[in-house]
Design a protein around this ligand. Structure first.
Ligand SMILES: [Zn+2]
Length: 387
């Protein structure tokens, strides 16, 4: 990983380069900050820069054998520890190096959920097991392959089981020669204070909206959408990326959401009988379209989650500052008129109905009945008075 391939973080990069120039390499560093800002990338770029024999003032050379091995995450002096879910394949990270390299090299930015998904596990109970500490010790006792530093990057060290953490602590107390630990975490507060006191801490800041928007535009996201998404992502490139991947689905879901509530409003609130009748017909068709087996349970469920999120945003919108609003531009446009109809007199019941529908879909209920019933409930609830 080269510094120049990492989005933003110029100050941190400069600080890390300076530590190499001045030869002040602490034996353990901790990078902390929210997910999706490049902590792991910075750890990799720092380790590579430290070890590249032909580094320039600003970056690794990128072409020497060390750099090439680093680029593939296959340098013999580069080691990792990260949470896993033990299988027959083993309970140490070595058994999972292939998906680990793949997710770093293909996705660059990812979080624990993405990693568990890559491992194909549903559970969130991954950890760094006790046996890993023996592996870490073994790897760091090996004679270095080159004349550079041995590097041990520990991703999400708070997932270490207690005895593993205690053994790591011993290592940090008496660190092996020419060894650099880099701990990368979103939750430094969950680490042992004795570990915290033995690492040099660097808080990695959120990215700026401009940096996130520019990075999205570079991936061919339309610049005005990129700007909009960057605002919601709140400094996390990963969140922005996820949002932009979703945004096409989002547009359909927003159309479905608007159709449901516009017609529920017409039937429930307006007086004109012809308009009411037409809207009711449309709602019937809407529920049939939503229930179509081609849509599938997953998308049906996802729509109902999306609808809950939008209802929540519309409710909050009535009270909060606009900058606390996490909606995309087209969603906000609808909310200007819609938000006043979501209030303390109906918000809980609307949320409860959407949640019930979601659970019924999950339990393979009859989708036609579930969605039509939802329409009727929304007609009733949308006209409830404020309390
Ligand atoms: Zn190099």
């Amino acid at each position: 990983m080269l510094f120049r391939d990492i989005i933003g973080q110029e100050e941190t990069k400069e600080q890390l380069r300076r530590s190499v120039h001045e030869g002040k390499i602490p034996h353990a560093r901790l990078f902390s900050g929210i997910s999706g800002i490049g902590k792991l990338q910075l750890a990799l770029a720092y380790a590579q820069y430290l070890n590249c024999p032909h580094r320039t003032q600003t970056d690794s050379c990128g072409v020497c054998p060390t750099c090439l091995q680093y680029a593939k995450l296959q340098h013999p002096d580069l080691h990792f520890a990260f949470p896993i879910v033990k299988t027959d394949a083993g309970d140490t990270c070595d058994a999972f190096m292939e998906p680990w390299r793949e997710i770093i090299l293909n996705r660059h930015y990812f979080d624990l959920d993405d990693w568990y998904r890559a491992l194909g596990v549903e559970t969130k109970q991954g950890m760094i097991y006790e046996n890993e500490s023996a592996e870490i010790l073994r790897k760091l006792s090996l004679k270095p392959f080159g004349d550079g530093y041995k590097v041990m990057i520990i991703w999400q060290p708070e997932k270490m089981n207690a005895s593993c953490a205690n053994k790591l602590l011993k290592l940090l107390e008496e660190p092996p020669q020419q060894t650099l630990f880099v701990l990368v975490t979103e939750h430094p507060e969950q680490l042992l204070s004795t570990i915290l006191s033995r690492v040099q801490r660097t808080e990695i800041p959120r990215l700026t909206n401009e940096e996130v928007a520019a990075a999205l535009s570079a991936r061919n996201v339309n610049p005005s959408l990129a700007k909009d998404i960057a605002r919601i992502a709140n400094g996390s490139y990963l969140q922005a990326l996820k949002k932009s991947e979703e945004s096409e689905d989002n547009q359909q879901e927003l159309r479905d959401f608007i159709a449901l509530f516009r017609d529920a409003y017409t039937v429930g609130v307006l007086k004109d009988p012809i308009k009411k009748y037409e809207s009711l017909k449309r709602l019937r068709q809407w529920s049939l379209d939503m229930a179509d087996p081609k849509v599938g349970r997953e998308r049906q469920k996802h729509f109902l989650q999306y609808a809950q999120q939008q209802v929540r945003e519309n409710y909050i919108r009535n009270y909060a500052q606009p900058e606390l609003n996490y909606q995309l531009e087209p969603e906000q446009e609808f909310s200007v008129k819609f938000a006043p109809f979501i209030h303390s007199g109906n918000v809980e019941q609307i949320m409860a109905q959407l949640d019930t529908a979601e659970r019924q879909i999950e339990q393979n209920g009859n989708a036609k009945i579930i969605f039509f019933d939802l329409c009727i409930q929304m007609i009733v609830l949308i006209k409830k008075p404020k309390i």
